[in-house]
Design a protein around this ligand. Structure first.
Ligand SMILES: NC(=O)c1ccc[n+]([C@@H]2O[C@H](COP(=O)([O-])OP(=O)(O)OC[C@H]3O[C@@H](n4cnc5c(N)ncnc54)[C@H](O)[C@@H]3O)[C@@H](O)[C@H]2O)c1
Length: 255
């Protein structure tokens, strides 16, 4: 640990999920005080215990990212408890569909957009406001997907929602550079988390076959590999990078 985020304050959404919990711990290990937020409290005690003794602190807040009030509350907690906001990783999302567009349920579509796209919009909005108020710059990382470019079959709403994440990322990157706030995305490939495992099971697929098809390394990525990318984008090591979508996908989008 080299203290790359010493004395920084961050938010991680989706923080009890497969990627979010590893990202929250990685940021805390580098000295960041983290507000970890999720609708699910599963494994919160383990997450907070894992962060104890690290260079940074971690606290947990229940938060539905599709609720403006909830999102305002987590940003306010970061500012109240730790003094300001320097970085955020917006990872919360849902994925549950396996039908083409003409069969997509209206409510399912709305729900997917509300969490995956509006959720990122609301998080960015309130995170940006806090960063602007602090006049100290900042870095926002949105977790998009390889679906942001290349859809998998039978995922119309998820695909649309993840395209929107890239649009929000690029739009904010150009608008807030003048405040020294950088906004980037990560487009993960198939990463070994509950979301992926559930999708593989729901579709009755063989995990090894899916891994071989979706990654040049013929394996799933692991959340630690996403956390390293998130750390780099949050840290000053990426100080000239904004509006970028970093593929961490085992070469999936390469050809
Ligand atoms: N796992 C993959 O293969 C993969 C690939 C590409 C992109 N992604 C993206 O990576 C991110 C993390 O996904 P993951 O694989 O860790 O999935 P996950 O299901 O393990 O974690 C997602 C977390 O988001 C939380 N969440 C859901 N709805 C929420 C809401 N309304 N408000 C707050 N929290 C909410 C869930 O409770 C869960 O803890 C997501 O944005 C996902 O779309 C995942």
């Amino acid at each position: 640990m080299s203290g790359q985020l010493a004395n920084r304050v961050g938010i991680v959404t989706g923080a009890t999920g497969g990627m979010g919990r590893v990202i929250a711990r990685r940021l805390a290990a580098e000295g960041c005080s983290v507000v970890a937020a999720d609708t699910s409290e599963d494994g919160v005690a383990e997450l907070l215990a894992a962060c104890e003794g690290l260079a940074g602190a971690a606290v947990f807040e229940l938060c539905d990212v599709s609720s403006s009030r909830d999102v305002r509350r987590i940003v306010a907690r970061a500012v109240k408890e730790f003094g300001r906001l320097d970085c955020a990783v917006n990872a919360a999302a849902i994925e549950f569909e396996q039908v083409p567009l003409a069969e997509c349920d209206d409510d399912d579509f709305q729900r997917m957009m509300a969490v995956n796209s509006t959720g990122v919009f609301l998080c960015m909005k309130h995170e940006l406001r806090a960063m602007i108020d602090a006049r100290n710059g900042g870095s926002i990382v949105n977790i998009a997907s390889t679906n942001s470019y290349r859809p998998q079959a039978d995922q119309p709403a998820y695909t649309a929602s993840k395209h929107a994440v890239l649009g929000l990322t690029k739009s904010a990157a150009i608008d807030y550079a003048r405040h020294h706030i950088r906004v980037n995305a990560i487009t993960p490939g198939a990463i070994d988390t509950p979301m992926l495992r559930n999708a593989v099971e729901r579709r009755g697929r063989d995990a090894a076959e899916v891994a071989a098809r979706l990654s040049r390394f013929r394996r799933f990525g692991n959340p630690e590999e996403i956390a390293e990318a998130a750390l780099w984008l949050c840290s000053d090591a990426s100080s000239f990078t904004t509006g970028h979508a970093l593929a961490v996908d085992g070469g999936m989008l390469a050809g």
